[in-house]
Design a protein around this ligand. Structure first.
Ligand code: BES
Ligand code: MN
Ligand code: ZN
Length: 509
């Protein structure tokens, strides 16, 4: 879908379909001749109820009226949902050029960004393996964003980010026999080739072993697929702020290994590389936006399978950091991969760390598919990450680190164990395991097990959600703004909330 911005009135654009938001108790902003739209509101057919849809024909165009709710409750998320709803109706009606007339007096919610994201994310379909012509459903060719103020920059930024999210979804949705570690590495290489300031190194099994990454190598040992240690470096000229280290779990299929998973849920494990996909696509977006911040991205890509060469419960391996790890459960493989990748990111110069991983089923039991779990060992860094998630409109919820969780992953025969002897607190003990490998660098951990898939949001079709791409880009934007000096920080889009400092639809405290 082509996306453009205009300061022309929606009625005078080439659009065949115009979307107008309705705010409770407020009239239709720019009605068409004869007051056709207001008449629809007065008749009760068009409502301001969030995402309610009504359609009218007037002045040679189709008009979609979408409810935005009460003005006091407007939010970027509400606008994304409204845009997704309007997109669905417009597509059903075979619209070709859709113009969104942005709501007035809503600047603080960055409506251009929200509407473009909501539309492009809702339009996503994964059809790579469907033969024929995408089951006849038509596609909208162009989205025009109309506002009194020129929104071209906001629109361009939103297009880059939404396309990166959709690209991450493609990586997630692609079956594991196609989305191998090598394929994930090839995607990273392809992105790097598009941007001068971005470079990529991919090394395989031999190098992973040679670099002493015994924990990562242990996971890869059970598979014939070549693993890939993917290192992306984004080094724009003149960036001076701290080097951001983004680390992603790239397990392209997690069978559980010898501690094998039940058959029923195993197919889902193709998306165990979601963290890696988020890191790769976020780096592409960061480079495309030319953000003035240095970034190192590290993705550990491998399968976790069973074979005669697979790691076994009770094995002890030596990680790149020198710490020995006792493998109590081969299904706790993500932390083994990440241990060596975190260490590698620090060795590559990372001065702030964020890892993104589908790490534990426990976080899904706790937070469902609504919030991602969030841990951090440095308050300033925690505030940056929470602020970035808030800017991006992704929900993260702070969870505790504590010495008592750390004690639970002390090994009996080795320095650390990859599983707690208790079944309780598994998401927190996993975080403390990772904590041992961060080398004292301010670190945040995002457990996206629940939010990576089938989130049920109107702008996230079934399957991969591309979660955390938006947050990682927003984080680089924040660091870039800090690096440039005071006063350049992007305006905050949403109101304060409990904990993570304000996720827009967080419950009231
Ligand atoms: N990849 C899984 C976590 C997961 C579960 C992701 C469901 C997506 C959906 C991870 O490697 C895993 O198996 N974790 C174990 C850890 C346990 C053995 C300590 C878990 O959560 O059960
Ligand atoms: Mn596992
Ligand atoms: Zn896993």
């Amino acid at each position: 879908m082509r996306v453009t911005a205009t300061t022309e009135a929606a009625a005078s654009t080439a659009a065949d379909t115009v979307v107008v938001g309705l705010v409770e108790g407020e009239g239709v902003p720019h009605d068409v001749e004869g007051g056709v739209l207001q008449a629809l509101v007065d008749a009760g057919e068009a409502k301001a109820k969030p995402c309610h849809l009504a359609v009218a024909h007037a002045g040679g165009k189709r008009w979609i009226l979408v409810g935005l709710g009460a003005r006091g409750k407007l939010s970027a998320e509400g606008l994304r949902l409204a845009a997704a709803a309007a997109h669905g109706r417009a597509r059903d009606l075979d619209a070709q050029i859709v113009c969104w007339e942005l709501p007035h007096k809503a600047r603080e919610h960055r409506p251009a960004r929200a509407v473009v994201e909501g539309t492009l994310l809702a339009a996503y379909r994964f059809t790579a393996f469907k033969s024929g012509d995408d089951n006849g459903s038509s596609k909208i060719a162009e989205l025009v964003v109309s506002d009194h103020v020129d929104q071209a920059d906001e629109v361009a930024r939103a297009v880059v980010v939404a396309e990166a999210v959709n690209a991450a979804r493609d990586l997630q949705n692609t079956p594991a026999n196609h989305m191998t570690p090598t394929a994930l590495g090839a995607r990273a290489q392809a992105i790097a080739a598009e941007h001068g300031a971005l470079s990529c190194e991919v090394v395989g099994r031999e190098e992973i072993v040679a670099r002493g990454m015994g924990a990562f190598a242990a996971v890869a040992a059970g598979s014939d697929e070549e693993p890939a240690l993917i290192t992306l470096r984004y080094e724009p000229e003149g960036a001076t702020g701290p080097v951001l280290g983004l680390v992603g779990k790239g397990v392209t299929f997690d069978s559980g290994g010898i501690s094998i998973k039940p058959a029923g849920s195993m197919a889902d494990m193709k998306y165990d590389m979601t963290g890696g996909a988020a890191v790769i696509e976020a780096l592409g977006a960061i480079a495309a936006l030319g953000l003035p911040v240095r970034v190192v991205g590290v993705v550990g890509a491998t399968e976790n399978l069973l074979s005669g060469s697979a790691m076994k419960p009770s094995d002890v391996v030596t990680s790149a950091s020198g710490l020995t790890v006792q493998i109590d459960n081969t299904d706790a493989e993500g932390r083994l991969v990440l241990a060596d990748c975190l260490h590698h990111a620090v060795a590559q110069g990372a001065e702030r760390l964020v890892d993104v991983a589908t790490l534990t089923g426990a976080i899904m039991s706790t937070l469902g598919r609504v919030y991602s779990g969030f841990w951090a060992d440095d308050e300033e860094w925690a505030a940056d990450v929470a602020g970035a998630a808030e800017d991006a409109g992704e929900l993260i919820w702070r969870m505790p680190l504590h010495e008592r969780y750390a004690e639970l992953v002390k090994g009996a025969t080795a320095d650390v164990a990859n599983q707690s002897p208790l079944r309780t607190g598994a998401a927190c003990t996993a975080a403390e395991f990772l904590h041992r490998f961060t080398g004292g660098v301010p670190w945040a951990h995002l457990d996206i097990c629940g939010t990576a898939w089938d989130s049920g949001r109107a702008y996230a079709p079934k399957g991969g959600t591309g979660v955390m791409v938006r947050t990682l880009v927003a984080l680089a934007e924040r660091l870039g703004a800090e690096g440039r000096g005071a006063g350049t920080e992007a305006p905050r889009s949403d109101a304060e909330s409990p904990q993570t400092g304000s996720n827009e639809d967080a419950p009231a405290a």
